[in-house]
Write a protein that binds this ligand. Structure first.
Ligand SMILES: Nc1ncnc2c1ncn2[C@@H]1O[C@H](COP(=O)(O)OP(=O)(O)OP(=O)(O)O)[C@@H](O)[C@H]1O
Length: 252
């Protein structure tokens, strides 16, 4: 479980988020400029909060009285809208980059990722020869190949046509089923939110509220996964006063 309880002053308002993210996909949904990317950057360690705590289980990313964990030690995978790939490297070199040990496409932890995303025929290609959807598949595998404990997706499907999106939705869900970790999916698109998310964090001018009326839709694509038992009955920020706060650093 990823716990976020932070404040960050921005140009026109403060981002104030107090939320627990269980394994599975949580959509981070809100209008442009509401603080969605800032939240992801705080979790990734690219920005530091003015106050508060971010921790994954007992592993403190940032917290009062402790030195912030640098981004490279957080085990966070990050995929951006443009699906940035190094242009001079092949698909395989892009995927292997950032993994500290030598890996091969048929290594047992890599091969299933490549197969689900149908990348094996493309491994020798350079990014400029790929379609937008193929590039996003590479970016997803690259993020997951590092075996992250949290996956951050910042509008990874924007600017793709509907057929490609559908294809990538299915791929993402297969990947998440293979590695049940908290996944934060930033999106503007209510359809995408409702098809993919198990939970939604609504943001508006930096303020977060769980919409109590939001429920996964009947045609939602996600299926409860093995770790579903680990999900709390509700990931709403308010814990009953009789139980320890999920945000307390000393809680299990
Ligand atoms: N480092 C910063 N310092 C101060 N203000 C910032 C900083 N970065 C972003 N902002 C401002 O904070 C607000 C939130 O920006 P952010 O990029 O997080 O929004 P967003 O919801 O991701 O928007 P979009 O959907 O357009 O990408 C914006 O008003 C932005 O101008």
């Amino acid at each position: 479980m990823l716990y976020v309880d932070v404040e960050k002053r921005l140009a026109e308002f403060s981002l104030v988020v107090r939320h627990a993210f269980p394994p599975g996909i949580t959509a981070v949904f809100g209008p442009s400029g509401s603080g969605k990317s800032t939240l992801l950057n705080l979790i990734a360690g690219l920005l530091l909060p003015d106050r508060g705590t971010i921790r994954l289980g007992e592993r403190v990313f940032v917290g009062e009285g402790t030195k912030p964990l640098p981004p490279e030690m957080r085990r966070v995978g990050y995929v951006l809208q443009a699906g940035f790939l190094f242009p001079h490297m092949t698909v395989w070199q892009n995927i292997a980059y950032g993994i500290r040990r030598r890996i091969r496409p048929d290594d047992p932890e890599i091969r299933p990722l490549l197969e689900v995303t149908r990348l094996p025929p493309l491994l020798g290609r350079k990014p400029h020869t790929l379609s937008g959807g193929e590039r996003q598949r590479v970016a997803l595998v690259r993020a997951l190949a590092t075996q992250p404990d949290v996956l951050l997706l910042d509008e990874p499907f924007a600017n793709l046509d509907q057929t490609l999106k559908e294809d990538l939705y299915a791929t993402l869900l297969e990947l998440v089923a293979m590695r049940p970790i908290p996944v934060l999916l930033v999106t503007h698109d209510p359809e995408e939110r409702d098809r993919l998310a198990e939970d939604v964090l609504f943001l508006e001018r930096g303020r977060a509220s769980q919409n109590p009326r939001w429920k996964p839709r009947r045609d939602s694509l996600w299926k409860p996964h093995a770790s579903a038992d680990a999900r709390p009955a509700s990931s709403a920020p308010e814990a009953p006063s009789s139980s320890p706060s999920p945000f307390s650093l000393s809680s299990p």
